[in-house]
Design a protein around this ligand. Sequence first.
Ligand code: FES
Ligand code: FES
Length: 165
Amino acid sequence: MALSTTLTVNGVRQTIQLDDPRVTLLDLLRERLNLTGTKKGCDRGQCGACTVIVDGRRINSCLALAISHDGADVLTIEGVAQGPRLHPVQEALIAHDGLQCGFCTPGQIMSAIGLIDEGHAGDDPERVREGMSGNLCRCGAYRGITEAVLEAQRTIAASARKEVA
Ligand code: FES
Ligand code: FES
């Protein structure tokens, strides 16, 4: 039986043939679409390295079957910057030294974008830490990551206010 899934990935709609219904969204992104920015850490939902945004919600792509997201809109780290213009979360991570080896960074960025979009980031570091607790960093860059999320949230909120005014 021929299987396929149609996804819009970073704005590009495409239909991908699957030879196995058990292929995860993570493997499809990395191995079929060559979008290797999304990392495979634990492959069992425990580290957050594989975080992507599907239909506006952050998920662990290692736990998601590609076929069960037929028709979905997927945002990966490759789709976050607008050409040479970095996303406010990316800029803030650099400014606050929120990374060392960088392996967890794509997942941290996607999770932070999701958290801010959900409106749950607030201005409380504890709340940010809790909201980002599914994303582990073996280098222990948590302090910079938390500061970066708070700053990005302020930047995004300020630019939203400007647009409304
Ligand atoms: S690789 Fe998906 S949570 Fe670790
Ligand atoms: S920066 Fe190395 S794992 Fe987070």
